[in-house]
Design a protein around this ligand. Structure first.
Ligand code: SF4
Length: 347
């Protein structure tokens, strides 16, 4: 039994079926594991007091989210590397905010989407992450960096909708009030534009969960080049899927636009973006391109970023600018899977 896979309701069922025990003891175990962050949760006093139960749980509980093997800190941003049971490695990034931390988590080892500006794409898809490996990134961050990890964004390695079932169960576990208690309105799932995934999430019945789309170009010929997924899921179909997405009142879709000078920052690209956004309730997250280790392109200057942002605002677009925090760590958007490596692994 892997507690990182389970909501409290799941655990209650397991307790009844496998141990013949009721919700009181399940709650004691869950609390010890998630609130006290103790992986040896059978040590909880209530469990110890229940005849024979602690020994059975010590035998049955598996805790294998991977081992933290490397971390780099700069300007408060932490990128940490987790080595998984099969020696593959994943990266996560902790971004301190004023009142809390945001954790950027991975959903796959590598990614098969092939986005041209992305370091992770160079790895190809190695494998899907399990539920435990996804939730484990948050559990590890809470244990090591304190309890203030309140926001989770699926913007690390991988396309979350390529690993849909595990990501959705991970969201359920993360948001369980008896456990890590990260409200779904503080969790964002970001897709490169998997239309089938967007439609599935629309039917999922998680209205508070935030949806983000990595757009980066609003003309098919350019987006085909930057994001090969666009060839099978072009912009008009993506726009249609997003327009049909049941957004809660007061919620916006997040549209990420990585600004690459000389590629997607011209007047034509701006006009196309403005037109494409018009029917959508969306907020644009303008992100300066972060050059990878061998990238031929350069990042935009502050003036270029500000000019594009102002032009969007003038065109009536709801836009926010994101500081390029973490660029030096290769921890900014599209840069995971790069510099840090764990000894002896193939990652
Ligand atoms: S940007 Fe996202 S979807 Fe595209 S290759 Fe990178 S990790 Fe995959």
């Amino acid at each position: 039994m892997r507690l990182l896979d389970l909501t409290f309701e799941d655990l209650k069922q397991v307790f009844a079926e496998c141990y013949g025990k009721g919700p009181f003891l399940a709650a004691a175990l869950y609390r010890e594991f998630y609130k006290n962050l103790n992986p040896a949760a059978w040590q909880a006093p209530a469990i110890q007091a229940s005849s024979g139960l602690a020994a059975k749980l010590a035998r049955d509980l598996v805790f294998a989210p991977g081992t933290l093997v490397d971390e780099v800190r700069r300007e408060g941003v932490v990128k940490f590397v987790t080595r998984l049971e099969d020696d593959q490695c994943i990266e996560s990034v902790l971004l301190p905010m004023e009142t809390h931390h945001t954790l950027c988590v991975s959903s796959q080892v590598g990614c098969r989407m092939g986005c041209r500006f992305c370091e992770t794409a160079r790895m190809g898809l190695v494998r899907q992450l399990s539920i435990e490996e996804i939730v484990g990134q948050v559990y590890t961050a809470r244990r090591r960096y304190g309890g203030n990890v309140r926001n989770v964004v699926f913007m690390g390695m991988g396309e979350p909708f390529d690993n849909y079932d595990h990501v959705i169960q991970a969201v359920r576990v993360l948001s369980d009030q008896r456990g890590l208690d990260i409200a779904q309105r503080y969790i964002t799932v970001s897709t490169a534009g998997r239309i089938d995934g967007i439609a599935k999430l629309a039917r999922q019945g998680m209205p508070h969960l935030k949806l983000a789309v990595s757009l980066n170009a609003a003309e098919d010929n350019l987006r085909d080049r930057l994001m090969p997924l666009n060839r099978s899921a072009p912009l008009d179909r993506l726009q249609e899927a997003l327009a049909a997405y049941p957004l809660k009142k007061g919620y916006d879709l997040m549209v990420a636009y990585v600004l690459m000078p000389g590629i997607n920052d011209g007047d034509e690209q701006l006009a196309a973006l403005t037109r494409w956004l018009a029917p959508l309730r969306a907020k644009v997250n303008l992100i300066p391109f972060n050059p990878g280790r061998s990238s031929a392109n350069r990042p935009p200057t502050d003036a270029e970023l500000e000019r594009f942002r102002q032009q969007l605002i003038d065109a009536g677009v709801n836009v926010q600018k994101r500081a390029p925090r973490g660029r030096d760590l290769m921890a900014a958007c599209g840069q995971l899977g790069g510099r840090l490596r764990c000894a002896g692994s193939g990652c």
